[in-house]
Ligand binder design. Structure first.
Ligand code: AMP
Length: 713
């Protein structure tokens, strides 16, 4: 009966490369976290992880799924499909004469992700394989100029031939992307209809994507890449999500499955624009950090998330995260609004090798994935990983990986580290493994510092949140000496991204490019026209947003709509995203309010003295977000008990290699620790899916919200 009064309402899922985490929230806000190894069959891992989580409440999946209202998924499968070029074979139709622009990727794709010193050397630039090969690309004669005038009418008979050829060649989807189509989409839509006719005639069953229907924005490389991703990467994910949704249905679930999207809200898996879920897991962590910060009064947060494969960093300033309008992902320029994050391919499962040229240790960029290292009990991996070093040095307990489900083989790891790293470098096994850990710590620390100082801030202004299964393992190492106000490790660090997913609102956001320019010489009539054109763009986007909510069964009146725009001083290169101070615009008098909101934001982001109103103002984009509030988890609260850990939390000691010597670290069981407990390093606090390392010269205490505060003595 108690369960009916207090049903499980929300579930968050983070299907990462190594682990699949689940996070369940009850009506009273209490939550539990589950873990399972990731699997090629994502629904299998999700179910196993759910069983693991619900065991804490002594409940079964078949009883809980029917109670749930909503479930939010985040995962890396779509991104991996893009990186590995394993997507759906897609045909591309472009303006004739521009068949090569997709391969050229604005040239800048050839050095995306490079360090500055490599960017400036042309000989280091490299082009990845394009998503669509030139063989599967066709040009169709047409042209719309940069003002939106039709200068060459579209030749539809060419489109017909192109579509037929692409289908005969074996393409499983067709994307149409013409120059300037965001100004006038008629050519693209006419070709789209021709393709649909040809598909019908040929009895084929393949989807067609016109860029104007999805991303009506300027910059054709960005727009084309993003539309291609809808076909190439998102359609296969849709199939996986559909399978997951029906598997959950088999266990009694009637809830909507939603997916974390790059803009920081969640969208339905049936959403038209699913490519915006390309990056989802790490975004979940940032949303969770923002929520936690809002609840507990942390305004400025440096988010740091380490899992098996990557280290993701983001900044929250004054409770807000920055957005990239056209960020890049996987070395592709895209038109997706993206929570601003920095990622490096180094994690706790990264492979470790000796560089034959410099005879130095190199980490990654590839990693052991769910098989974690040579210590994997079923064998199969021969290259040393960071995890091998962790278990050798006592950082991780080889008998407690995933709560002991997997017993990692320390002897195999020792032998592998000896032959692959220690012997070639002439070091002891311990020093070689410790060198690997130090190198990882140093590299993470440098990236974190660069990310913060590069944006003009100092770590002193921030609290660092450390999460992901391996965040607490390395928190001491990558924060050491940076001077953060505090370093905080949530006790549920291992499921933090899944927690973040469970805190995210149901939110759609659509963007459209507009061209508005107003100077001091503009007439009232010009301003009137401009204001109206922004309102027309908002109306168009509003319809798209509401349509998506309708697909998920929401009524228009349930949705809170927030219009926004991107504005700049005329002639400047960068614009800023502004939430509109007005919900609708009626005439020229509203212009001043739009300008005022921009001026204020500009002064906050840069400096008051940098404002340049004399240049005039331009609006480059219209934005409309719609959201529906969802049930949020409650931040844990338990009263302070006292400084001494209870007996049941003390698990004895184990040898731990730190700073070139073996020390005896006190071992604690994380869940058994009580608020107020103080622990001096060397200590290691173990949980089923994460391990908090407190080396000598560090100490920690657990507060009443189950947050550990790590302090350098
Ligand atoms: P994540 O990808 O966020 O789930 O993190 C996975 C990483 O968590 C692993 O590669 C380990 O380095 C780290 N970890 C720390 N303690 C444990 C544990 N008890 N079980 C599993 N992974 C752990």
């Amino acid at each position: 009966m108690e369960q009916l009064d207090n049903p499980v309402e929300v579930m968050g899922i983070d299907a990462g490369g190594t682990m699949t985490d689940t996070f369940f929230v009850r009506a009273d806000g209490e939550f539990v976290v589950g873990k399972a190894q990731s699997d090629v069959d994502e629904s299998k891992a999700v179910l196993e992880s759910s069983v693991d989580a619900l065991t804490h409440w002594g409940r079964k999946v078949d009883d809980v799924f029917p109670e749930m209202v909503t479930c939010v998924f985040s995962g890396t499968a779509m991104l991996n499909r893009v990186v590995g070029r394993k997507g759906l074979r897609t045909g591309l139709i472009v303006s004739k004469g521009f068949e090569d622009f997709h391969r050229m990727g604005r040239a800048l794709q050839s050095y995306l992700g490079y360090a500055f010193e490599d960017r400036i050397h042309l000989n280091t630039h490299r082009y990845d394989e394009p998503l669509v090969s030139i063989k599967d690309t066709r040009g169709v004669t047409e042209r719309i100029d940069s003002k939106g005038n039709i200068v060459i009418p579209v030749r539809l008979h060419e489109a017909k031939i192109a579509a037929r050829e692409l289908i005969e060649q074996g393409c499983k989807a067709i994307v149409i992307s013409f120059l300037s189509s965001y100004l006038d989409g008629r050519h693209e839509r006419a070709v789209r209809d021709v393709c649909l006719e040809v598909i019908k005639e040929m009895g084929a069953d393949i989807p067609v994507f016109a860029s104007v229907d999805y991303y009506p924005v300027r910059k054709e490389s960005h727009r084309t890449n993003t539309t291609i991703l809808e076909a190439y990467a998102a359609e296969p994910s849709r199939a996986i999500l559909s399978a997951l949704s029906s598997k959950m249905g088999d266990h009694g679930g009637t809830f909507d499955l939603r997916v974390m999207a790059s803009h920081g809200g969640t969208i339905g898996w049936k959403a038209k624009e699913l490519a915006r879920t390309l990056v989802s897991g790490p975004i979940g962590g940032v949303i969770g950090a923002k929520y936690l910060g809002e609840q507990l009064g942390y305004e400025n947060i440096a988010c740091s998330d380490i899992g098996g494969t990557s280290f993701d960093m983001a900044l929250i300033t004054k409770n807000n995260f920055a957005m990239h309008q056209d960020g890049d992902v996987a070395r592709l320029v895209l038109s997706l609004p993206l929570v601003s994050m920095d990622t490096i391919g180094a994690g706790a499962g990264s492979f470790v090798r000796i560089d034959p040229h410099s005879n130095s240790i190199k980490l990654g960029p590839d990693s052991a994935g769910y098989k974690v290292g040579t210590c994997w009990p079923e064998g199969g991996l021969t290259t040393v990983s960071v995890t091998d070093c962790h278990i050798l040095l006592g950082y991780l307990n080889p008998d407690n990986f995933l709560g002991g489900v997997l017993k990692l083989d320390v002897d195999v790891a020792r032998e592998a580290v000896k032959t692959q790293i220690a012997d070639p470098l002439g070091l002891s096994v311990e020093d070689a493994a410790a060198g690997v850990i130090e190198l990882l710590d140093l590299s993470l620390r440098q990236h974190l510092r660069a990310m913060i100082t590069g944006k003009g801030y100092s770590p002193r202004d921030f609290v660092c949140f450390s999460y992901g299964g391996a965040g607490p393992v390395h928190a001491y190492g990558y924060t050491k000496g940076l001077g953060f106000k505090e370093t905080i490790v949530p006790a549920w660090a291992a499921g933090f991204s899944a927690f973040g997913c469970a805190t995210a609102n149901f939110e759609y956001r659509y963007d459209k490019s507009v061209d508005i320019g107003i100077t001091k010489d503009s007439s009232k009539d010009d301003i009137e026209k401009s204001v109206k054109s922004l309102q027309v763009a908002w109306d168009e986007l509003k319809e798209k947003v509401l349509e998506e909510f309708r697909i998920n069964g929401f009524k228009d009146e349930d949705v809170t709509l927030i219009p926004g725009y991107r504005m700049q001083y005329l002639g400047q290169l960068n614009d800023l995203e502004i939430d509109s101070p007005l919900t609708s615009l009626s005439g020229a008098d509203d212009w001043d309010a739009l300008v005022q909101a921009f001026d204020d934001t500009y002064a906050r982001v840069y400096a008051s003295a940098a404002r340049s109103p004399e240049l005039g103002f331009g609006i480059t984009g219209a934005i409309l977000s719609g959201s529906v509030e969802t049930k949020k988890p409650k931040i844990p609260y338990e009263p302070i008990v006292g400084p001494n850990p209870p007996k049941e939390a003390c698990l004895g000691t184990r040898p731990f290699y730190y700073d070139k010597k073996w020390v005896d670290a006190d071992i604690y069981q994380m869940e058994a620790l009580q608020p107020g407990n103080k622990i001096m390093g060397p200590a290691i606090i173990e949980s089923d899916a994460t391990t908090f390392v407190v080396p000598p010269t560090f100490k920690t205490f657990l507060d009443e919200h189950r947050l550990f505060h790590l302090i350098e003595c």
